[in-house]
Design a protein around this ligand. Sequence first.
Ligand code: AMP
Length: 460
Amino acid sequence: MELYYGISGSGFVCHTINPRLFKEQIAFIIKHAGDKVLFADLTFLPILEALAPQLRKLKAVVMLTDEAHMPKSSALPKLKSYETLLAREKDQFNWPELNENTACSLCYTSGTTGEPKGVLYSHRSSVLHAMAVCTPDAFNCSASSTVCPIVPMFHVNAWGIPYLAPMIGAKLVMPGAKLDGASLHQLMTGEGVTFTAGVPTVWLALLDYLDAEKKTIPTLMRVGIGGSAAPPIMLQRFADRGAEVIHAWGMTETSPVALTAALTGKHAKLSNAEKLAKRAKQGRPLYGTEYLVVNGAGKPVKHDGQEFGDLHIRGAWVASSYFKSKEKAAFKREGWFNTGDVVNVDEDGFFQIVDRAKDVIKSGGEWISSIELEGIMQAHPAIKEAAVVSRPHAKWAERPVLVAVLKSGAVLTYEEMVMHFTGKIAKWSIPDELIVVDQLPHTATGKLLKTVIRKLVLAR
Ligand code: AMP
């Protein structure tokens, strides 16, 4: 937190690095960003040592600790202590007056293919984003909230939460490294957390823990879920515990939050099941962002919840280029950013992400949404985690395959899987195969790693 504010407030750029990236990717982004000083927690010393030759070019590597806890490293003999550096300075600092368009932070996309791409945020875009994300139809936070971001500070600036909590005077609780169900339950009940946010994989673990131990988090009112689609059953499981899920969509390129699934007045009459189906979509645009969804012919799609197209976005906190990059493909349509997500829009203006364009399963000219199939399967009692990917097919081009992790002791046959899907989706969308695995691979930000899962399917 000190670095977020100290660096940006002094007119420098706070570039957060995801320590779970491959060593080569970390080395690439340190160099590409032109980083001058690297700050790290003690736990990351092994990563720093592995990167030692690249780090020697930096002005300094600062460990976030005091002199007494400084590590001795033969690979990095010149490490500095953060507390020692601070102790040498005066308590007063004249903060510079910065133009609002000054750059304040930098994040790289976790990209599953190619080199990571940098997105540079300004003070202006970060403040506007934080204000929008506080609003009632988004994270709905205020001075009486206790806010706990489970999304890490390197994942698109923890979705703006480290900015919005001080902005409104909310209590901010940071989880540290322990994100298992028992640790999160203890932290949230101990601190009286009212709002939390993170990716679906974290919530699977917490919900399973609460079920197994018959525990609750009595203060928890709202859970922001994004990064990947929140399966409808997850909204229901939180609702059963008195917490409302706010499904949100965004990307590194959109700061990130841009769509949130809050109901409007006209939805009050809907049944609970209909409300849940609406709120399981990715939602409506936050004021400050604009959208364009175009079909294959480049024409805007009908708002009928059926026709799908490529989602383009622009707005006060949407990138207009990548940092120091010649990559122009995503910005081909003048003034717009092509998200790479395929969506439909319903009559109420609710957007639903069908898939990442590269993850859609194209079967016999029809498109199958892997996200929809995963959402349905996630509700089966035997399933711990479900992924749907394509397998190349001679006649249909591609066919869906379900790759599943089962709950401990559970069994699932192919016939049971077909039965579960029957009546919920078109017959030809039902996966041709079920593959049970011990675990599924995830990206460095906790999303299903579809490239690796497709390879795993091909190897069978
Ligand atoms: P990143 O920039 O790494 O955070 O990834 C952004 C991508 O995550 C988006 O383009 C979407 O494909 C996906 N994503 C984010 N939020 C959601 C959501 N609520 N539902 C489905 N996909 C999502």
